[in-house]
Design a protein around this ligand. Structure first.
Ligand SMILES: Cc1cc2nc3c(=O)[nH]c(=O)nc-3n(C[C@H](O)[C@H](O)[C@H](O)COP(=O)(O)OP(=O)(O)OC[C@H]3O[C@@H](n4cnc5c(N)ncnc54)[C@H](O)[C@@H]3O)c2cc1C
Length: 429
């Protein structure tokens, strides 16, 4: 059977970025995507940190349809009936191209159109359901009765990559290694967004929430401002959700979150225009699949390249970078006319030299560190409570601030061995 150079299964950021670099070097490449168009099935929070990928991406992101440049960061610890908020902005963030919000339906579609103008076939509504094999080498993909033979298959099919599984590159899904993300897009005028989030035109805010969002389950909430919409959502660990008795309805978490005082006023008068849900890899460095085999490489979420750092989720820049680095490896393999695992092993070596595997390795303790209910209930319940005690003036005389704080620290168990150990463990992450 005649083979093309590369078939990419999955038209998300990882697959599209890979195709872009391959097309630049003149390789024949087809991208197949099960959605109605690239972006139609993709979900992100979402904010893209641009700096890690800027030099790798070359001209790929020129004229990208970003929503807003993030210049304001807010972290909120939501207690029961109160909250503690950190609001950060800085000249450096306002001046440099640090991070941008985006909407995947718009962004991925734009990138796929840019690809098509380079002559790449991007085939939507095409669901891959098996791999083609030649002996122990992957030799293409199957979709129903159709087959596309290729020297290399790029598995870019996202968090539940059944292609990596079929190729024997990763074990079946373990709930501990995944979270579910729910997201709504709420339409609000540009002026209201600027006013409510205290940002200028084109500027945006990224807000992360911990505490009374997930009922003590691993996870949190997020809110990102777009041009004339706001993306709001919740991420919750699948294992925590499964273990919870009585069960927690995911949509009930979302409704309660939007009703909170801290959120409701921000969204007031907005219209819900889109709802989506998606799986997120949470295994970190130890959850990464085997990255290559004979005739196949795995990129983006399919490989497990996502990093939850508690105060931010990173996945998109890993997807883009891994797609580009996979393309560079395939280009070298084509020059050597060798598509075996040995030739494609260069992919992992290249990743080790970049932020992708360096950052994931540096944060390898993060999933274990965050696997602790205290971060999702105890601390968010107590820290805002301390402030409330200090700021509350009742009908009797007011105690000294130091005395109040000391009493609260002791009474809440904050000085116990367990809490001090948790604080000490921060050095690991
Ligand atoms: C709620 C939520 C919030 C997030 N927030 C952020 C954030 O703020 N910043 C950040 O950097 N990251 C964030 N992430 C993570 C980030 O969105 C992902 O890491 C990123 O989308 C991964 O891109 P990808 O191309 O690897 O996978 P995907 O975007 O999932 O793309 C995979 C593609 O493969 C297609 N596909 C799947 N199976 C098949 C098949 N059998 N045949 C054909 N096509 C198939 C899918 O339709 C999809 O288009 C978030 C994720 C979620 C869910």
């Amino acid at each position: 059977m005649d083979k093309i150079d590369v078939v990419i299964a999955g038209g998300g950021l990882a697959g599209l970025a890979c195709a872009y670099r391959l097309a630049d070097k003149g390789l024949q490449v087809i991208v197949v995507e099960r959605g109605d168009f690239p972006g139609s099935k993709n979900v992100t929070g979402g904010r893209l940190y641009l700096m890690p990928v800027r030099s790798l991406a070359g001209d790929m992101l020129d004229d990208a349809p970003f929503e807003r440049k993030v210049v304001r960061e807010r972290w909120s610890l939501l207690g029961k009936g109160n909250s503690l908020n950190i609001d950060f902005t800085g000249e450096r963030f306002r001046g440099e191209d640090h991070s941008y919000t985006l909407l995947r339906a718009r962004f991925d579609r734009w990138l796929s159109e840019k690809l098509m103008s380079k002559g790449v076939f991007v085939i939507p509504k095409y669901r891959v359901d098996d791999l083609l094999w030649e002996g122990d080498s992957v030799a293409g993909i199957k979709a129903g009765s159709e087959e596309i033979a290729a020297h290399v298959v790029v598995a870019a099919d996202g968090a539940l990559s059944f292609m990596a599984e079929k190729a024997g590159l990763r074990p079946k899904m373990a709930p501990k290694n995944y979270a579910v993300g729910m997201k709504e897009i709420i339409e609000l005028s540009e002026e209201k967004i600027n006013d409510r989030f205290n940002v200028g035109s084109g500027e945006g805010c990224a807000q992360l929430f911990l505490g009374d969002v997930t009922q003590g389950i691993f996870g949190g909430g997020f809110l990102y401002t777009n041009r004339d919409t706001v993306s709001i959502g919740i991420v919750a660990g699948i294992q925590g959700l499964m273990k919870r008795v009585p069960p927690v309805e995911a949509h009930a978490l979302m409704d309660a979150f939007k009703e909170k005082y801290e959120i409701k006023r921000l969204l007031d008068g907005g219209n819900l225009v889109e709802y989506s849900a998606h799986i997120i890899p949470e295994g970190g460095y130890n959850g990464i699949s085997k990255l290559y085999g004979n005739g196949i490489v795995v990129v983006g979420d399919a490989a497990g390249f996502a990093l939850n750092m508690g105060v931010t989720v990173r996945g998109m820049e890993f997807a883009i970078a891994s797609g580009i680095i996979a393309a560079e490896t395939i280009i070298a393999a084509k020059e050597a006319n060798d598509f075996t695992a040995t030739a494609l092993s260069g992919y992992e070596k290249r990743l080790q030299e970049t932020f992708v595997l360096k950052d994931l390795a540096a944060c390898r303790e993060m999933p274990e560190f965050l696997d602790n209910e205290s971060f999702f209930s105890y601390y968010p319940d107590n820290f805002p409570g301390f402030l409330e005690k200090i700021m509350w003036f009742g009908d009797g005389p007011k105690e000294k601030i130091g005395a109040t704080l000391w009493k609260e620290l002791k009474g809440s168990g904050m000085l116990s061995f367990k809490r001090l150990k948790e604080l000490y463990n921060i050095r690991k992450i």
